[in-house]
Design a protein around this ligand. Structure first.
Ligand code: GDD
Length: 409
């Protein structure tokens, strides 16, 4: 058997994702009409002999419960949410639940970050991993030299693919090959994490003895359980014939900001052409709106036949799109109303918001800059003929004048 673990993090980690994370845990934010975490979960379906999927995080149980039970039923693979009482780091969280993860004695454990967008070539990784014969295999991609420092940079042997050197978010350039946050391990990973924890504990005990300083001992012993996979495990194990790399040439992005979620929504929509074409709207449906490129429309949404939609548009449940509306590169969330002849370009429109007639919600579409896409939080009202450009509007606001390059608090 094989199991998969998806690290979903928790509420404090999602601050860069505001204002969208005010309403929904980031792992449930819809990309291409499906919750973010749904994409790695459905990729796990392709793993041969998959026994269980675990989500590990520190969100409240009830925030994820509904999704977890519905996806379990749908996939016919048990999906369980394991809640940490506080963050233990990516490796610490895994280690915490080792007994549950090892319950059915799996031979391999996949570990996936929830906030990455890629094609998740998991069966291919498993094959490569078995061939290498190490403890772990890391999914790797080549990025531009300028962007590499936002990630773990690594060097691998070009012939054997062994991981030779690993540095997390280095200040000076190491390599344009980076860690994609997708791994496969044998159960030996737990020994490696335990090794780090006990070494730290020894050191902390030693310090305590030598300094007579008991004041911070509580925090110190707590920190011995905080283990990061990248810095604490991958770096020291590089060059020891235990870790290997598998390079993908498909797409890969990290989803830390709303701008990137819009970009990734588009990447997943185009992947649907291959994996789930039934989820995309085809332009030839009778009396449907005119569609260009990849578009997802929830079955409960109402779209006027004279609207023009796409490319890269996702429309969630119960949205109403009026006559003559133009939508390009946007995510329209549940219960939004867009009135006649409004235009939305490079934007995310929050739950229950309302956009007036002839209004324009738009942005430059630079996904990496803070105001590169326009975001309306939950329940924002934009009145008729108002233009909102490169701006972020927090929940429950009403806009009756046009704004540009502003954050409306
Ligand atoms: N359950 C749990 N508990 N999850 C956590 C915790 C924790 O204490 N800390 C982080 N996570 C989750 C996050 O939600 C995310 O999905 C994943 O673990 C990694 O988050 P970080 O540890 O904050 O690292 P990062 O995203 O800045 O960078 C990592 O991922 C990159 C790829 O996306 C590093 O491994 C980089 O090297 C890598 O390039």
């Amino acid at each position: 058997k094989v199991v998969a673990v998806i690290m979903v993090g928790g509420p404090t980690k999602g601050t860069r994702f505001r204002p969208l994370s005010l309403n929904i845990p980031k792992p449930l934010f819809p990309l291409a009409g499906q919750p973010m975490v749904h994409h790695p979960i459905s990729a796990c379906k392709k793993i041969p002999n998959l026994g269980q999927i675990f989500l590990i995080g520190f969100y409240e149980e009830r925030e994820l419960a509904l999704y977890v039970s519905s996806i379990s039923n749908e996939l016919k693979v048990p999906v369980r949410y394991l809640r940490e009482d506080r963050p233990h780091g990516s490796a610490g969280g895994l280690y915490n639940f080792r007994d549950l993860i090892m319950e059915d004695s799996p031979s391999h454990i996949f570990l996936l970050n929830c906030d990455v967008c890629c094609s998740f070539p998991l069966p291919e990784m498993l094959e490569a991993h078995k061939k290498y014969g190490g403890m772990g295999t890391i999914l790797v991609i080549k990025v531009s030299a300028e962007s590499a420092n936002q990630f773990g940079e690594l060097v691998a042997d070009p012939v054997t693919n062994e991981l030779l050197h690993y540095t997390e978010k280095p200040e000076t350039f190491v390599s344009d090959r980076i860690n994609c946050g997708v791994y496969i391990f044998t159960p030996d990973i737990f020994n490696a994490i335990e090794g780090v924890s006990s070494q730290r504990k020894d050191r902390a005990d030693l310090r305590r003895l030598s300094s007579f300083e008991a004041l911070h001992s509580a925090t110190r012993s707590a920190s011995t359980h905080f283990v990061r996979l990248d810095q604490d495990i991958l770096s020291p194990l590089a060059g020891k014939k235990q870790l290997y790399t598998y390079e993908t040439i498909d797409f890969w992005e990290q989803i830390k900001t709303p701008g990137m979620s819009l970009k990734c929504s588009g990447l997943y929509l185009s992947q649907f052409r291959v994996t789930s074409p039934h989820l995309l709207v085809s332009g030839d449906g009778t009396k449907s709106a005119s569609i260009s490129g990849d578009v997802y429309i929830h079955p409960s949404a109402k779209v006027h036949p004279s609207a023009k939609i796409g490319p890269n548009v996702s429309i969630s449940a119960n949205a109403r799109i009026g006559a003559g509306v133009r939508l390009i590169s946007c995510i329209i969330l549940d219960n939004v109303e867009i009135k006649e002849n409004a235009v939305v370009i490079h934007a995310i429109v929050g739950w229950k918001s309302s956009i007036g007639k002839w209004s324009r919600i738009q942005a430059s579409g630079n996904y990496n800059s803070k105001l590169g896409i326009t975001i309306l939080g939950e329940d924002v009202t934009v009145e008729d003929e108002v233009v909102v450009i490169n701006s972020i509007v927090l929940p429950h606001k009403t806009l009756n004048v046009s704004v540009q390059e502003e954050i409306i608090l």
